[in-house]
Design a protein around this ligand. Sequence first.
Ligand SMILES: C[S@@+](CC[C@H](N)C(=O)[O-])C[C@H]1O[C@@H](n2cnc3c(N)ncnc32)[C@H](O)[C@@H]1O
Length: 513
Amino acid sequence: MIMSAVDFHGYDASAGYTYGFCPEMAPDWLDLSAMLAGAAPARRDGEAPFRYLELGCGQGMGLCLLAAANPQGQFVGVDFLPDHVAHARAVAQAAGLTNIQFSDGDFVALAQQWPVDFGRFDYVSLHGVYSWITPPVRTALVRCLGQATASGGLVYIGYNAQPGWLGSMPFRHISRLLKEESNQPSEAVMQASIGLFDRLAAGGANSFRILPGLKSRLAAVKRQASNHLIHEYLHAGWHPLWHSEVAKEVAGEGLTFVGTASLAETLLPGALPPPLRATVEEQVSSVLRIDVQDLVINQSFRRDVFRPSSLWPTLAGDVVPEGKKIYLLKPVEGDSLTIATSFSEIILQAPAYAEIVSALDAGGRSIGELLALPAMRKQGRSNALQIMALLLHARIVGVGRSAPAPIRAVQGLNRFIAEEASRGRRYDHLAAASLGSAVVATADDLRLLDAWLAAKGRIDAKSLAATCADKPMGDQGAPADGQTAITPDRAAAFLNQTLPRWRKLGAVAQGQA
Ligand SMILES: C[S@@+](CC[C@H](N)C(=O)[O-])C[C@H]1O[C@@H](n2cnc3c(N)ncnc32)[C@H](O)[C@@H]1O
C-alpha cells in the first residue's frame, strides 16, 4: 500500500528525527508492564508469534531493532515523512530483515480508510507522537488505534505530560511564534530563540524568577541536537497533555488504561511521603488520582499502556510475571546504586540487589527464580518486584525472551549499525536476540565492533586500537559525537568486557565474527 504525504498538518518536516530506541516499547516489556499492573499480557506464551505496529515510527531504527531481535513477530511502521520512511526501509533492506515493512501513511488518511492488508495488531505503539500533533490529527490517530488494536492487544503511548512542561511553555510559545513571524529556517529559529531567552535571563526578566523550570529547560535545550529541538518545539500541534486528557480521548475508541510502562512509577503512590500519598489515594477516580500524582512528582513524560476494554480486563490469576526472564545488561560495582526516577533519587543498598546481579551474571533467569533467592524471599514478593522494577528502569537489567531468537537477523542489523556508526551516524543501540530488544552501545564501542568484525575477530587490543586510529572517524574524518581516540586499554576493555556481555545478550554470536 502506497500513500503519498502532501500535507504535514503543521508538523515541521525540515529536519530528520533522531535514531533513538526505547526499551519500554519492546513486546516483553509491555507484557511485563501489564502483568505488574495485574492485567493479562498481550501474549500468554511469550514465544508465540505476534503482530506489532508503530505509528509515527520516525527513522524506523527502534522498529528495526525490535524486528531483528523478534523474528517470530511481524512488524509494521507508519510515518508520513518520506525521508524517515526511506531511511527505515534502507536499514531494513541493508540488514536483510524480512519481518518488517514500512508505509508512508498519514494518520488522517489512515483513519478514513484503514488498509485491509494492515489488519489488527497485538501491540500498537506510539512514542513522541501523541503530544506533537494538532487536535484533529490526534482525533484521527485515536481512530487508527481503534482500528489497529486486536482484542487483548496492548497500546503504548509515550507523550510529553503536564505539569512538568509548564515552565517551558514561554520558550515553546516564543520559538513557534518566531518561526511563524520571521520566516527563517527552523534551525536558525531555534538558535535565535535560545539567544533571545539568554538575553531575557541575563536582563533579569520576571518570568525566570516565577518559573524556575524555564532556566533549567533553557540549559537542557543548549545540550540537545538541533533536529531534536525542531521536532520538540516547532510543530504547530506540540502540546503536553495530562493523563486524564489522553485517557478520555482514547476511551472514545474503547481503550482503557492498564498501567504504566515507566516501571519505577509502579512504586507510586507508595513511595511518596505519607501526607502526599494519602492525598493521591483519596481521589475519587483513577484519572484524578493519576493527575494529582503527576502534580506531586511534576511529571513531564508518561508511558501509558491501554487496551480495548471489552476483553481481558484483569489477570485471571493464572498469568503472573514469574515466567518472564531477566538479563543483566551491565556490570554493577560498589555497594550501593543511586537510581534517578521521575519522583526522587532512590538509593538501593547492595543487600537489596547483589544476589540478583550475581545470579544473572551467569545468564538470564526467570522472575520466579529470582524471587526464590534467599535475600529476595526475605524482602517479600512485593518489595522484590519493586527492586526488579527499579533495576529495569535503570537499564541495569532487561526483560527478555524465554528462549533466545536465532541470531542471524541480529547479526545483519548489528553489522550495518557498526559500519554506519563508525562513519559518524549517531546510532546508539544494538539488537539483542536474547532480550527481544536492544542494548545501548556507545559511539566508541560501535567503532570497535566495526573494526573487530572487519578483522573477523582475529585481532588483539593493540592492533584493534591501531585500526581504529587509522580509520577516519566521522563523515569528514573528524571525530563524530561521542567518539574519542581509542587506546589499547580501551580496546582491551572492549574485547574482555563488552564483547562477552554482548555475546550473552545475543547481540554478537558466540564464535562470531
Ligand atoms: C517526534 S517524532 C518521534 C519519532 C519516533 N516515534 C521516535 O520516538 O523516534 C514524531 C513522528 O511522528 C510522525 N508524524 C507526525 N504526524 C504524523 C501523521 N499525521 N501521520 C504519520 N506520521 C506522523 C513524524 O513524521 C515523526 O516521525
